[in-house]
Write a protein that binds this ligand. Sequence first.
Ligand SMILES: Nc1ncnc2c1ncn2[C@@H]1O[C@H](COP(=O)(O)OP(=O)(O)OP(=O)(O)O)[C@@H](O)[C@H]1O
Ligand SMILES: [Mg+2]
Length: 591
Amino acid sequence: MKNLYSNTKKTLKLIYDLEKKNLIVILLLSLLVSVVPLLTTYLSQELLNSIVAHQVLNRVMVLLIAFVSFTVGSEIVGQISAIFEQKLQVNLVYKLNKIIMNACGDMKLKDFENSETYNQIERINGQIAFKPSQSLDMTINLMKTMITLIGSIIFLSMWSWKMALLLTLVPLTSIYYYIQIGKREFNIQYQRMEDERESWYLNYILTHDFSFKEVKFYDLKEYIINKFSRIKENFIKQDMDLLYQKSKLSILFEVGVQIIGAIVLFVAITAAYSGTILVGNVVSIIKVTSMIQSSSKGVMTSIYALYNNNLYMEKLFEFIEEFVQVENEEVLIPDNTEITDIHDIEFKKVSYHYPETQSLALKKVDLTLHAGERVAIVGPNGSGKSTLIKVLTKLYENSEGEILVDGVPLREIEETRYKQQLSVLFQDFVKYELPLQENIGFGDIQNISDTEIMKTCMRELNIDFLDEEDLNQQLGIWFENGRQLSGGQWQKVALARSFFKKASVYILDEPSSALDPISEKEVFDSFYEKTKGKIGIFISHRILAAQNADKIIVMDKGEIVDIGTHAHLMKNCRLYQEMERAESYEEYFAA
Ligand SMILES: Nc1ncnc2c1ncn2[C@@H]1O[C@H](COP(=O)(O)OP(=O)(O)OP(=O)(O)O)[C@@H](O)[C@H]1O
Ligand SMILES: [Mg+2]
């Protein structure tokens, strides 16, 4: 109950912060509407009694007009309130969506690589369109029905407090049981989350394009559906159990309420027979009794539904508390961080381990990079090459050791300014289902309308499969008139994205993994041209691509095992020699 109260308070506070005006109007109108049933009941009672007592027509007419005005008025107010509710809901969903998107955009890469955070976002996003406003609806409903219930009880107790007390008996005892079921449902849903995620994932791989090819080819449909069914069938069983329990309680509640209602009516009718009360009062007692019955049921359902929604709201609050930045909490940045160009980068004993893993992905890496140097990083899978790039680009910040950029510690340099100087092609680059202009322009969003540079980049990389005069060309297959590209073509577009930016450090992680040898050569030629006088780093598995670099860094198991030119490494580095031999072996067979 405490939990219910605090969460409802938090929900109202959140909605108040986002939609103050609409919320206040809705609450006031709801308050107005909720007293109308009682007022009209009172008026109809007076109306009937004055007719029976043959009172002057004037009084009867006044009562009638008041009765009609209140009924019509409440209808109108109800409609107006519905407009505001609709308005609030639309705005609320939009604003919450923006908050979540903003928070996701501000997150660190390590947050996104954490499955719990990722799933948290999935869950919140999936239901944001209705859960928060549902919570508000339930709260308003609870408020309305509570007012009607309390008012009706007071109204009835004016006739007989004993009868009023009797009528509250069933609702009061049922509240306890309803909350118990609500809690059970909450717990079941909470424990289910892990399985829920898995079933969501299974559904996802069966219904999305990225996995369709494999699902089809390996004939995975049945296996995946069976796995999905096992999880879902268990959920259905749990849901049915709960439904039976709820239905049993509802039946008991209904029967109890009706029996007590009948007793109250019996007493009222007997009282009317004996002349203790008037006919009008009997009518209003019947009405109020039924109002108590329906509003107490309304209170139960609202409490129960609020309990249920709490699970979602709790997750939403957790997310907001953890990830939505409060503006004045931002870290102060030292003054010495202005950078217009980067000439040297130095790694001093830099180590990094991924959260939740013990082993180091980078082990005491010492490294210097100077402007004018083209550096290749080679090494087996999992040796830490991409991790090194992610640490260098400040995507991971909690590394040990020191990284100096032109002598200034990287952690003291403001992220945005630092990133302005870098251009990166990631190993798992994105194939944006967007027009060509955005696919390239995202590399330097400030200059996205500079189509001339875009066209130059396309020419540099020999992107002749797309028309440079048609930058609005939609790419991919998700949207109308999209042009799907081959793996290597997508990679070239991603390369154009990183070339589009005027930076002082260019970093390419496996830029030629999908390219044919001719394209590969063209890409490296343009890369060498592009990075003249700058820092150029690329990762490659191919010694052939790396051998022309000014400096080749050989990595293994998170460590740098050697640094030097091709000639030096061929003489001194066993791993390098081994990689070179394996490559010629491949080539021997390929020939
Ligand atoms: N997000 C992550 N969370 C936990 N561990 C990770 C993560 N990314 C990589 N690793 C681990 O860190 C190590 C280094 O990975 P990294 O991606 O840097 O290798 P790589 O040299 O780029 O390999 P490849 O040539 O296959 O691209 C690997 O053992 C990998 O399992
Ligand atoms: Mg990699």
